[in-house]
Design a protein around this ligand. Sequence first.
Ligand SMILES: [Zn+2]
Length: 163
Amino acid sequence: MKTFIVDAMLGKLATWLRLTGHDTFYSSKLHDDDLLRIALEQNRVLLTSDAILSRRAEDADVEVMLVRGTVDEEVASVFLEFGISPEADPSKSRCTKCNGELTHIRNGEKSRVEGLVRSQTFNHYTEFWICEYCKSVFFQGGQWTNIEAYMHRIRQLMKELES
Ligand SMILES: [Zn+2]
């Protein structure tokens, strides 16, 4: 599976790549030189909306894609280019905040997330996912419905781009 590094302008794209399980390096503070160095060192595909940086990446033998359009078009075109299925699955997803790997917390182990989420949330849900790195906790709450709706929209857009 490809791993990615995205430039500071493409934070939303980074989130969607992580949600679909892709190891994605993102920091809003990196300079172009850092992006190129990390891409080379870690063999990551650089995704950028900057034509000059894209040219520099090609010259440095970094695999690069110049990403253009609205956020939705960015996501759809990258998914299309790299054969990524627009399905967010929490068992494959990486932490949207830090790119860490998530551990599935089932009902019997719920006490592990007690105090890390609001008590209402803790009582209501039976399954959680915890980032082992930054300790963020995820669950399939209301925002999950939005994620699925968005993935549906991206699937439609991918079909349009393909034709
Ligand atoms: Zn994390």
